[in-house]
Design a protein around this ligand. Structure first.
Ligand SMILES: [Zn+2]
Length: 455
């Protein structure tokens, strides 16, 4: 294989490096600085990219033995010392990373990935959710949220991030957007009362989301969220930003609204129809209902007009299996209700596809890797999601990467294959590494090893 054009990985790393240049380096005595920001930030990123906390120390050993290493050949960096990474990342405000997400998304748009997420002809579904990625009774930093146990008085420390993602009901993949952290940094720590919260962080995120103006020129955005979001302040913010919404709306938390829905139902003024479906070989009845132009809070102040819809699924014996209810600003009709409910239900993808990766893989990593005094924990979380976004773009755009992912079923095994190779051998570059693993997986034995590895 000869490399003649810039690959997906190279282009993504170039975007990463261009953005690192814009981060202000506030270290003193710059003349003594051995590692630049590229080494530090990409070094940390490499750990998340390969989901292996020891990857850099393996590279240090390879460099000692062979005089060469994969940190240089894959990422173009000198291997930074882990303590340097921690000290420096602790001081960088995580907002600095939002421009990398911005440019990666621009790339996704240019190569036609975003277009595949178009829903109901003109919309993009953006699901917002909070994910907890740190919890401890001891380890804490300035940005930790705090909770006091009422009985014991013990304080526990935790971190939650808002992790918005672009989702589509028919696609398994999701596009991770930059996060907003729920942070106690400026809060009232003494009383543990006035803490930042998920809804406030989501509102801040919506203000920042305006940097994706290029997306909003081409698409209309529908914000998806759980029952926590279907309240006046959040809806007001979404509408202020000229977005639409489909938000979960449960009866127990919206009693006034459901009273008026009941009144409509009693007067036979609720639109409804049913269809039968076969699910896992069993027949089900799906009943759709909707009412437009309702007031979210009855006649209270802080009111807003919404449209309500619901899907109730029962089995043939009449047992209720599922009930999904949402409010939206989109006018609901017989022709769009199935799509609106489907769109609303797609919210769960943010938990399954995005947050699961962050929780099951990221949590352990950030926990083992360090917490810091200020921003380290948040930055490690941000780099972890960024690594996930890199992999997603490659899953859409990199031919050999796609073939290899298909060949190796699980993400875990995929990472293991790469880590085993790169801890024993120095590869020529990322693309030749992927091709080499792919050839060995398909049983190709006439491989000129010297084409792929530094021997
Ligand atoms: Zn913390």
């Amino acid at each position: 294989m000869t490399k003649n054009k810039q690959s997906t990985f190279d282009r993504l790393i170039k975007i990463f490096k261009n953005n690192i240049k814009t981060i202000k380096d506030e270290r003193r005595q710059r003349s003594n600085i051995k590692y630049n920001f590229n080494d530090i930030i990409l070094g940390a990123f490499s750990i998340f990219y390969f989901q292996n906390v020891s990857w850099l120390s393996f590279q240090r050993k390879l460099k000692d033995i062979k005089g060469k290493d994969n940190a240089m050949n894959i990422f173009g960096i000198n291997i930074p010392i882990e303590n340097h990474i921690k000290n420096i990342l602790d001081k960088i405000n995580p907002n600095n990373f939002s421009s990398i997400y911005n440019d990666l998304l621009l790339k996704c748009d240019k190569i036609g990935i975003i277009k595949q997420f178009t829903f109901m002809e003109k919309y993009l579904l953006v699901a917002i959710d909070g994910v907890s990625y740190h919890s401890s009774k001891k380890i804490n930093c300035k940005c930790c949220q705090r909770k006091k146990d009422r009985k014991t008085g013990d304080i526990s420390y935790f971190h939650v991030a808002i992790t918005p993602t672009i989702v589509h009901p028919k696609l398994k993949k999701v596009i991770a957007l930059f996060q907003e952290f729920i942070s106690n940094e400026d809060g009232d720590k003494s009383e543990y009362k006035k803490q930042d919260c998920e809804v406030n962080a989501s509102k801040r995120w919506l203000d920042k989301f305006n940097i994706f103006i290029f997306l909003q020129k081409q698409y209309e955005v529908i914000i998806l969220g759980d029952d926590l979001y279907s309240r006046f302040p959040m809806i007001k913010k979404i509408l202020e930003k000229s977005h639409s919404f489909i938000l979960v709306c449960k009866e127990k938390s919206h009693k006034v609204l459901y009273k008026s829905i009941e009144a409509y139902k009693r007067a036979n003024s609720c639109n409804t129809f049913e269809i039968s479906k076969i699910h896992n070989g069993k027949k089900q009845i799906w009943t759709y209902s909707w009412i437009n132009n309702l007031l979210l809070n009855g006649n209270n102040t802080d009111n807003i007009e919404i449209n309500w819809c619901e899907l109730v699924i029962v089995n043939l014996e009449g047992r209720r299996l599922h009930c999904f209810s949402f409010v939206s600003n989109i006018n609901i009709s017989r022709s769009n209700i199935e799509d609106i409910i489907l769109g609303g239900r797609t919210r769960w993808k943010v938990e399954n596809e995005n947050n699961n990766t962050l929780k099951t893989k990221g949590y352990n990593l950030s926990h083992n890797y360090g917490h810091g005094k200020q921003y380290l924990s948040q930055n490690l979380c941000s780099l972890n999601v960024l690594a996930f976004l890199f992999h997603t773009i490659q899953e859409f755009d990199d031919e050999n990467y796609i073939k290899l992912r298909e060949k190796i079923g699980t993400r875990k095994e995929f990472f293991q294959s790469i880590v085993s190779l790169t801890t024993m051998f120095v590869v020529k570059d990322f693309d030749r590494m992927i091709e080499f693993i792919l050839l060995s997986r398909i049983g190709e034995d006439r491989v000129d090893v010297g084409e792929y590895l530094e021997l």
